[in-house]
Design a protein around this ligand. Structure first.
Ligand SMILES: *Cc1c(COP(=O)(O)O)cnc(C)c1O
Length: 467
């Protein structure tokens, strides 16, 4: 094997090869970058020769040919989009790993327009003077939440941090032990509280907290009572927590005490009226007299990643002026997407049709079944490599939202004649667009709840590519 070492061509020779130029122009690469790919490939082959890791027929095509074939494949891989489209066949609407909420067409258009051009992000066009990005969509936020004032930060974790740091630094914040949640991806209320400089005072037990527990914890160092919406887990059975109304009444007996509710998802749509879950609508929470709330832009709202803080004017004013508001501020594209999303809510019933998140969550099982059956018929008419069955199942909302809710759905269970479940799932993930399926009872399943009508073709193509 070692005799091949001498055959490895020098880099400067490969740079002169026709293939070098072809790859360079095809993939729009600079000479330097492509040279590095070539060098890496040579050292990789050298390594493999030294380790006796290659067979004779590796070289049968000629070593230069081998190098360029590998370089081309590596370059092609490298030029692919990192952030890439996925067809979500899991049925989980707010899939944390798949980018949570999809934006509406209107939101996407507005983002593109604002991104492509200059905008009035911090400019008052009538007066011709400097403006604030915090004011741009505040009127819409006030309208949808019913709050006196509102602002937007990077995400809800940032909102929690700003509220705690801005209103309770070096002071005590009372939280029920039953609400000290950890949200997927290592966001812990207790850790965020520590970072913010607020002092956590835990009351009650994991399953029960009474109003008197809060009462007893209040002293002159208390600045806030915080309620955390336990969005990503359920405590069932022997449990008790204190209603927002009662906590608001308690804090009103004290001077200078702030009541803050971290709503997590924060829905603007009444899912409960549709028989889905038990999530309060943001406006109802504001109406109970809370001082400040926060919620995510890309959970049940169905908008961009953002954290919305809404509440009493005086409080929001203070938070807007805080140094951290600058640190945690959002980009114009976020504001553009959020603006259109909020306008869609204000237009009424259209929200359910236009916002993908609401549409997917409220989709009727019958409609999903039709889509699944159509897919199965088409797939089976195109190939005999698969066996497909349509079954009743349930989908989850995801994103740590409404954990107990099981939405009735239909899934297509697909088995391949040759490939195992894991092989099939992995081949589907290698498709473009990537296809992510649900693995259930050791089978590849597709829940059509999260598959848009116009994705069916690409889904079929993906399954045909696997063969
Ligand atoms: C999801 C969630 C957060 C964090 O929100 P992000 O938008 O993911 O930053 C905070 N608190 C609660 C209760 C949540 O459910």
């Amino acid at each position: 094997m070692k005799q091949y070492l001498r055959q490895l061509p020098p880099v400067h020779e490969l740079q002169k090869a026709e293939q070098f130029e072809t790859i360079r122009t095809t993939y729009h690469m600079t000479k330097d970058r492509l040279t590095r790919f070539v060098q890496l490939e040579i050292s990789d082959i050298r390594e493999r020769i030294l380790n006796d890791n290659l067979t004779e027929d590796f070289f049968s095509k000629g070593i230069e040919e081998v190098i360029f074939t590998n370089v081309k494949s590596n370059v092609s891989q490298w030029t692919k989009d990192r952030l890439t489209r996925v067809i979500n066949g899991t049925g989980t609407v707010l899939h944390t790993n798949l980018g949570r909420a999809r934006l509406s067409e209107k939101a996407v258009d507005h983002v593109a327009d604002v991104a492509r051009n200059y905008s009035n992000l911090e400019y008052q066009e009538v007066e011709g003077k400097r403006g604030s990005r915090h004011d741009i969509i505040e009127d819409l936020l006030k309208e949808v939440t019913g709050a006196e004032a509102a602002m937007v930060v990077n995400n809800n974790a940032a909102a929690v941090f700003l509220v705690l740091s801005g209103l309770a630094k070096n002071q005590e914040v009372i939280v029920s032990r039953g609400q000290l949640v950890e949200i997927g991806g290592s966001f812990r209320i207790s850790s965020i509280m520590e970072e913010s400089g607020a002092k956590l005072v835990e009351v009650g037990t994991t399953n029960k907290t009474h109003l008197t527990d809060y009462e007893h914890a209040i002293n002159e160092d208390t600045s806030m009572i915080m309620k955390v919406h336990t969005s990503n887990f359920m405590t069932v059975g022997f449990t008790e927590s204190v209603d927002t109304e009662d906590l608001v009444a308690l804090k009103e007996q004290q001077d200078q005490l702030v009541f803050y509710e971290d709503l997590g998802s924060g829905s603007l749509y009444n899912f409960k009226e549709q028989g889905i879950g038990d999530e309060p609508v943001v406006k109802q929470v504001i109406d109970t007299g809370v001082d400040v709330i926060s919620f995510s832009g890309d959970k049940l709202l169905g908008g961009p990643q953002a954290g919305i803080i809404a509440g009493k004017k005086e409080i929001i004013q203070k938070l807007k002026k805080h140094q951290l508001a600058r640190v945690l501020r959002v980009d114009k594209m976020t504001l553009a997407a959020l603006e259109q999303t909020l306008k869609t809510y204000l237009s009424g019933e259209e929200a359910r049709e236009e916002l993908p998140t609401l549409r997917d969550i409220t989709r009727l099982p019958e409609e999903i079944r039709e889509q699944a059956e159509k897919f199965a018929d088409e797939l089976l008419s195109l190939t005999s490599s698969y066996h497909v069955e349509i079954q009743e199942s349930t989908s989850q909302i995801g994103g740590g939202t409404m954990p107990g809710v099981q939405l009735p759905t239909y899934i297509a269970t697909v088995t391949h004649n040759v490939f195992s479940t894991h092989e099939l799932a992995s081949k589907l993930r290698a498709c473009s667009p990537v296809i992510v399926t649900r693995l259930q009872d050791d089978q590849v399943c597709i829940d059509f709840r999260t598959i848009a009508e116009n994705e069916t073709r690409q889904l079929l193509e993906g399954f045909l590519q696997v063969e």
